[in-house]
Design a protein around this ligand. Structure first.
Ligand code: EPU
Length: 421
């Protein structure tokens, strides 16, 4: 069994280069199915969720070859629908996008029920509402765990209002609508940078999408898309994770290759905690200049504070002065990692969707588990600032979404290694 071993206490100094964004890469890889041609995807992160997505695409008939570690040539000409392997699809959330992609290209879809991190119920009712508005009939086979979609008369543009702001539903309905006949208007759409990235990818392939990044996205269906060369945006959550780590450990780092605008809500909270932050064109310098102060955070859809950053900030707040309150506004249960932080001496009480974090003088190294992707990143941050040695198990869940996290922290001066036993 693989685990991370961390000897805490080192401050972090130097430069870290941020990889491409997981949550943009997954939909773009699947969206390439619509082109039926060759796409060159640059700045692809080397993470297991990308590798799983490529295995799914290969099993469906795609030709995949790497020009370099982060540059992929993907040809979807011979892809067939309805044959994605259940065991891979059911391990990740991004596989839901296959429903939109198969519907768009083949007029029907058969996809296994998607997996992903466990934050309580993860419904797809808004995805289904969108597909139905475009003319598809959806059947969920709960017994065998499959979702079937069928649009024998093709997909037709329509107006869709989402009842909740959903990244996944916005992406999936965009994918389905891009080649539908006529115009689709998605209202109450998610505004995350990865939605804009997907729209930019599609527009580079010949789609007609406007409004991505606002809550109203307009899509004029086109008959055909063509292949393209596209560079994925940097991962704001990976960048935020390194920023939170410096808040916890102390030191000064340059977080490079990012879009500082995407970091605004995270930077604002870190500044409130007392961190010194300087924004440059494509990097941020972050330095710990005084002890951390307590803050209040509420997670919200973009441009609010991202839910995918709350566990990492909670880890940093464990040793801040005073009592911080972290309220989760997106998922019903994202606090499973708190139990692990408690094993390290954190003083955290969870009440419903809020956690009260009372600062303690220091955390103590311990054996803990990565309960999910960002909860696992929080354990690394806690381990880096704790006294003594921390061992983190179940690290596959961290490697689903972080590219070379051990190498990147090591180059910043952390004592972290991967061991097998
Ligand atoms: N929701 C519904 N109905 C739906 C879809 C969502 O009620 O049909 C609810 C969810 O239950 C949740 C809220 O809407 O309360 C937001 O869910 P959303 O659909 O936005 O989440 P997602 O698309 O399943 C993506 C990311 C998550 C990230 C969320 C929120 C991917 C593959 N996953 O999930 O990323 O937390 O958006 O920003 O893009 C991560 O990277 O660690 C991660 C979990």
């Amino acid at each position: 069994m693989e685990r991370y071993i961390i000897n805490g206490g080192n401050e972090l100094f130097g430069d870290v280069e941020i990889s491409g964004m997981k949550n943009a890469a997954l939909p773009i890889l699947i969206a390439s199915i619509l082109t039926g041609e060759k796409c060159i995807i640059e700045n692809l992160p080397s993470i297991s969720d990308v590798r799983k997505s490529l295995d799914i695409l290969k099993a469906m008939g795609a030709q995949v070859s790497f020009r370099s570690e982060s540059c992929l040539e993907l040809d979807t000409q011979n892809v067939e629908g309805g044959i994605s392997p259940y065991d891979l699809v059911s391990k990740m959330r991004g596989s839901t996008y296959l429903i939109g992609a198969e519907l768009a290209r083949f007029g029907k879809a058969k996809v296994g029920w998607p997996g992903g991190c466990d934050f309580g119920v993860r419904p797809i009712d808004q995805h289904i509402k969108g597909f139905e508005a475009l003319g598809a009939k959806i059947t969920v086979d709960n017994e065998n765990g499959y979702i079937y979609a069928d649009a024998p008369n093709g997909l037709h543009g329509n107006s869709i209002y989402f009842d909740v702001v959903s990244v996944g539903a916005t992406i999936n309905v965009m994918i389905a609508a891009v080649m539908a006949k006529g115009k689709t208007v998605i209202d109450n759409a998610a505004r995350e940078p990865h939605i804009v990235d997907l729209a930019n990818f599609f527009n580079t392939c010949g789609a007609k999408i406007t409004g991505a990044g606002t809550s109203v996205i307009k899509i004029q269906g086109v008959e055909k898309l063509h292949g393209c060369t596209y560079t994925i945006i940097p991962d704001m959550i990976e960048a935020g994770t390194f920023m939170a780590a410096v808040a916890a450990t102390g030191g000064k780092i340059n977080v490079r290759g990012i879009i500082p605008k995407h970091m605004e809500s995270v930077s604002a909270k870190l500044e409130e905690m007392g961190m010194r932050i300087e924004e440059h064109d494509d990097y941020i310098t972050i330095e710990k200049v005084k002890p951390l102060k307590h803050i209040q955070i509420k997670t919200l859809p973009y441009p609010g504070f991202p839910t995918d950053m709350h566990p990492q900030l909670s880890a940093a707040l464990c040793c801040a002065e005073g009592t911080s309150i972290v309220t989760e506004g997106v998922w019903e249960n994202r606090f499973r990692y708190v139990e692990e932080l408690r094993k390290m001496g954190a003083d955290i009480e969870v009440d419903g969707v809020s956690a009260k974090i009372k600062g303690v003088p220091n955390l103590v190294g311990s054996e803990v588990q990565a309960v999910d992707l960002r909860g696992g990143a929080a354990m690394i941050i806690a381990g880096l600032c704790a006294k003594g040695q921390t061992e983190i198990t179940n690290i596959m869940t961290i490697e689903r979404g972080y590219d070379d996290i051990v190498g990147k922290f090591t180059r910043l001066g952390a004592d972290i290694k991967k061991a097998e036993y």
